[in-house]
Design a protein around this ligand. Structure first.
Ligand SMILES: Cc1ncc(COP(=O)(O)O)c(C=O)c1O
Length: 431
């Protein structure tokens, strides 16, 4: 089934298709065009509207990332980690491209199943699950799941005795944005005992998984995980299990993907020469570059008095912050890079009415803050933009698809639902 109709229109909003004929534009220009059209729509709708930030998703970028994956990680099937971004349209494209899905909760399983995905394509990759979640998985036919402790085995035995289990072992890339090893993963000196317990109570272990941490940079951490997995495979085999699946988790990043992939593939080839199925759970790799976020400046503090004299940057307040789509500023120490949207419609709605208050086209330094009344809600400590920014202007942030909308809160009463406009800078393959 093709997601975008045969005419291959470039821009969709929700279910509305806007025919365009801009098919040959480069992806960035197509995204800018969509921003311009949404801004014009908001400005037309209401003089002071546009209270929420919005996303532009380039579905063509999903296809390009999938192509990169298959070219560099051939033979390693991706199970996209839904926690990273659960936008149904994005999930649907991935489903059509044939990926599997890593789900961590009932709602994530529901989201994937509602697209008509076969439950056999879902891995319930949460090693510490509530009994109700295990029972739900069984009811809908999701039998593959992970474990890393004795008690979890007992819960699984009680609620899904026919489970197909992957032992999650400890792995760690110390340079990762967020290390997961502190919370999950059996140490190698415990795996034998865990596997023996699984054997004793009649559970079936079909493989081993690990996750080196999200935002990993060191291929050696994957190599170590693969080597450790080999040991756990051998332990399982000695007990009588027939493990077949090696799951190398997530952690893949755009920047170092091509350099890390051959090292990982070679490690798998040398530790597991034959007879296994390798899978992975990438999240960030697929979602991050697909989404651009557009925020509106809702207030501004031009420094006066001593702050102005000592050069403190002027302050912009925008309609989205760290309690919304910018939690990565805190969690991953990400440095956000704003771009001023300069199309005609996008310049501030207040600025027109002030004669003599023409926009200054020269470099301005700003700090940028979210909308809440919390002073930790700082999105950018300092940035130099090439022209003045006024109330009502829009700021664009690229690469905002990973751990953004899925981690947004309603703190201080601000909404955490956002419009998404879809563009397609590629021709979707026929299925
Ligand atoms: C079990 C599991 N799998 C996959 C992922 C996705 O990781 P990434 O987005 O770094 O690829 C995560 C992220 O926390 C995870 O916890």
């Amino acid at each position: 089934m093709a997601l975008i109709p045969a005419s291959r229109e470039a821009v969709t909003i929700g279910k509305v298709i806007h025919a365009t004929g801009y098919r040959n534009l480069p992806p960035d220009e197509l995204v800018d065009l969509a921003i311009e059209s949404q801004v014009a729509r908001i400005v037309k709708r209401s003089l002071v509207g546009g209270d929420e930030s919005f996303f532009i998703a380039d579905l063509g970028q999903v296809i390009r990332q999938h192509r990169r994956w298959t070219q560099n990680m051939s033979g390693i099937r991706p199970y996209y980690a839904v926690k990273c971004n659960c936008d149904p349209t994005f999930l649907k494209v991935l489903a059509e491209l044939g990926t599997g899905f890593d789900c961590a909760s009932i709602e994530e399983m529901r989201a994937v199943l509602s697209l008509g995905v076969d439950p056999a394509r879902i891995l319930f990759a949460n090693p510490c699950k509530a009994p109700a979640a295990i029972a739900f998985a069984r009811q809908v036919g999701v039998f593959r799941t992970t474990f890393d402790n004795i008690d979890e085995l007992d819960t699984i035995k009680a609620h899904m005795p026919e489970a197909q289990l992957l032992l999650r072992i400890y792995a760690n890339d110390e340079g990762a944005f967020i290390c997961l090893g502190e919370k999950f993963g059996a140490q190698l000196d415990t795996t034998e005992e865990l596997l023996s317990r699984a054997w004793e109570i009649g559970l079936n272990v079909i493989g081993v998984s690990f996750h080196v941490g999200t935002g990993a940079t060191n291929p050696a951490s994957f190599c170590k995980g693969i080597k450790d997995a080999r040991l756990a495979f051998s332990q399982a085999e000695r007990l009588g299990f027939h493990p077949k699946i090696l799951d190398i988790g997530g952690g893949f990043q755009d920047d170092c993907f091509e350099s890390m992939a051959p090292i990982i593939r070679e490690a798998i080839r040398s530790e597991f020469p034959v007879g296994i199925t390798a899978i992975a759970e990438p999240g960030r790799f697929f979602a991050r570059s697909v989404y651009t976020l557009v925020c509106r400046v809702i207030s501004r503090r031009r420094q006066l008095g001593s702050a102005a004299l000592s050069g403190v940057p002027d302050m912009l307040y925008q309609n989205d912050g760290i309690y919304g789509n910018f939690m990565n500023v805190i969690m991953e120490k990400e440095i956000m890079v704003p771009y001023l949207v300069k199309s005609k419609n996008a310049r501030g709605y207040l600025q027109k009415s002030k004669p003599g208050d023409a926009l200054q086209v020269k470099a301005h330094r700003y700090s940028i803050w979210g909308p809440t009344c919390d002073s930790t809600d700082c999105v950018v400590r300092e940035v130099t933009l090439d022209s003045e920014v006024k109330v009502g202007d829009w700021l664009k942030y690229k690469n905002m698809g990973a751990y953004t909308s899925t981690t947004a809160t309603q703190f201080n009463g601000f909404s955490n639902t956002y419009d998404t406009l879809y563009v397609n800078s590629e021709t979707l393959p026929e299925y």
